[in-house]
Structures are given as C-alpha cells and as structure tokens.
Design a protein around this ligand. Sequence first.
Ligand SMILES: Cc1ncc(COP(=O)(O)O)c(C=O)c1O
Length: 392
Amino acid sequence: MSIDLQRVRAETIGVNHRIHLNNAGAALMPTPVLDAMTGYLRREAEVGGYETEDEQAERLNGVYRSVARLLGAAPDEIALVENATVAWQMAFYALKFQSGDRILTAQAEYAANYVAYLQVAKRTGAVIEVIPNDESGALCVSALERMIDDHVRLIAITWIPTNGGLVNPAAAIGKIARRNAIPYLLDACQAVGQMPVDVVALGCDMLSAPGRKFLRGPRGTGFLYVRRELMLQLEPPIIDHFGAPWVAADRYELRPDARRFETWENNYAARLGLGVAIDYALSIGMEPIMTRCRLLADMMRNELRRIPGVAIHDLGRERAAIVTFTVAGADAEEVQRRLASDGINVTTSQPSSTLLDATARSLPMIVRASPHYYNTEDEVARLARAVALLAA
Ligand SMILES: Cc1ncc(COP(=O)(O)O)c(C=O)c1O
C-alpha cells in the first residue's frame, strides 16, 4: 500500500507555509488532530471541563485502545502522561536498586535518562555500565551478551537516539533481556510514528514515547507501556488518589492497571488529539510510513553528502529518518537560522543531549533534519540546494 501524498498534504496545513524537516522535534499535526482538539476545547468552553469529560468518556477511553493497538499491547498496560520523560521516569524510578546492581545502557543514551541513572547510582550505589558499539556504531549485541550476570538489574536503552538515524537492535536486546529475566526499559521516543513498534516482538517490559514527534500528535502528551505482570509488581515513585485510591484512613490501593502511573488532572483535549494522531498513522500504515521516511532520509543523506564541506554524522547499518550533519565554516545554529529564513525548519542537537556519544566522536553542535512521509522529494532537494549555498 502506498501513501496518498496529495491527501496527506492536503490534511497538513503547515506544508503550505514551510518545509518542515523537524519531525524528530515536533511533527506537523494533521487536520483531524487539530479538529478533534479544537472541537473538544470548544465543548469545554460551552458546557464545562468536567461535563465534557463525562460526555466524551467513551472517546477518551478509546485513546488507551489506540495506544495499545499501536504497540501491540493491551489497554490496561498503558498510562497516558504529559511527555515521554515523565513516562520513562515513572517506570525507571519504580524499580528498586541497591549497591552493586548494574544498569546497562547504550552509548547514545538520551541525557534525561542518563542523569536519572546518575542520581540513582548516587543514591543507591548501583553502577552504570555502557554497552559498547559494534563497528557500525550500533549497540553491540554480543558485547551485551557477555556483560550479563546476576547483578544486572536493568537494561535501558534508547532505540533511535536524538542525534542521528542510528537504529539500535532493540529486538535482539529484548531476546537477551527475556532469556535472562532482566527488566528491559526502551526509550522509543524517536521510533513511534515512523516505524512499526510491537512490544511483544521487541521483548521489552517498559516503553516510553511522546505524541508530538513522528506520531504527529500534540505537544504535552506521552505514554508508558508496562507489561502487565511487571506492572502489577511496581509501586509508582509518586502517587495520588487517582493512581492509588484512598480506601481507608490508613491505606491506599494501587489501581490494577497501568493508570497507577497517572495523576488525576489532565489535558483531555491533548489526549484526544493523541488518540486521533495514532488512528491517523495506523490508517496510513506503519510499514508504508517507515518505507517513505527512510526513502526520504536516504535521499537527503545522499544529496547532502555530495556537497563539499558537509559531513553526515549518522551511525548504524540501519538508519531512520533523522539526518545529522555539519557544514564547514558555519556553526549549526547559524545553519538553522539561515535555513529558517529560507522557510526550511530544521533544528540542532547539542553534544550534551547525548554526551557520551558526542564526546566519543568529538561532535560539535550538529544540524538535525528529520523528514516525514508527508514531505516531498522536492522539499528534500530544496534543503540540499539551500545547504549547498551555505557551504559555498
Ligand atoms: C531519544 C529521546 N528520548 C527522550 C526524549 C524526551 O522526550 P520528551 O521531550 O517528550 O520528554 C527525546 C526528546 O527529544 C528523545 O529524542
């Protein structure tokens, strides 16, 4: 099945004004998402926030089913939260660590996750160990295999990092985690929305992601998957009377589903938008989305690579729709500014977002261009022409 580009572009108002190549930051919402959210907000203004929630309860419940369908999970294994970091923190900080426990992570780990490892290491004496890369720059599965022993308490990695197209071998890691009964937490921020994600095939116990990136949902949305058997054993690090109803003067009871990781108040318009964004992506199909994202990203790499003075910084054998590069003689922020003045949205990635990887490769701040299926080949060519002018 191929993508009806004309239709998806007609349903993406932003493409009329800009060449949006910052989908790894926040993708353009399609009009059904916008309509669902503005309609919901209007209703809140007309009849009241609580009243709208009651009226739309079935649609709002459907968001859990949508996330579950996207991930191949069950709705009771899903918590909806305000961003991917909160989702990840809820899972990570629910785990118990003690001195000598080993946390195995990836070289291209995201900063928010790594500082949490550092905090837990400081508090508990757990140790953080970085799994080496293979010669392609992806996490080395056989090195991971050799690191496993009875002290490994967690494997937590970023599937696709924030600073390039690298796709870490998440399912192969899952097989090792499963075989050794080690909890496996997967940061799928940059994967959801641009490729199929199946938590059973991945073998992960916990997975976090946002709505605003490749899923094309609104900002301020995120979700957590926790495998049911593990979820029932986890006490969230922070609770309120929604996740843990107060049942007696001296007692609370955790909810029997993943909503134990949620709190009471929420932005329901945004939640609804998230659900519509997921349904929209699924109606197009994750396989065709992945095929087109990778086609455009490969085209972008090839065109940029040909420009003298441009260096591509993506690692790995398998590469997703995040392309990072530098232009000799122009710093990344300058490139971003100049492209913006040509109507092209890209962003930059700072070394401190992926400090270990950036240090190992001596990366400066780099430019990040991330196409989505609704971009065109012509837009990619226009980016390359604009970069060529900058590099000249
Ligand atoms: C790999 C990765 N993990 C986590 C995050 C954090 O997501 P959020 O900003 O929704 O908390 C990002 C955001 O850029 C990311 O790229």
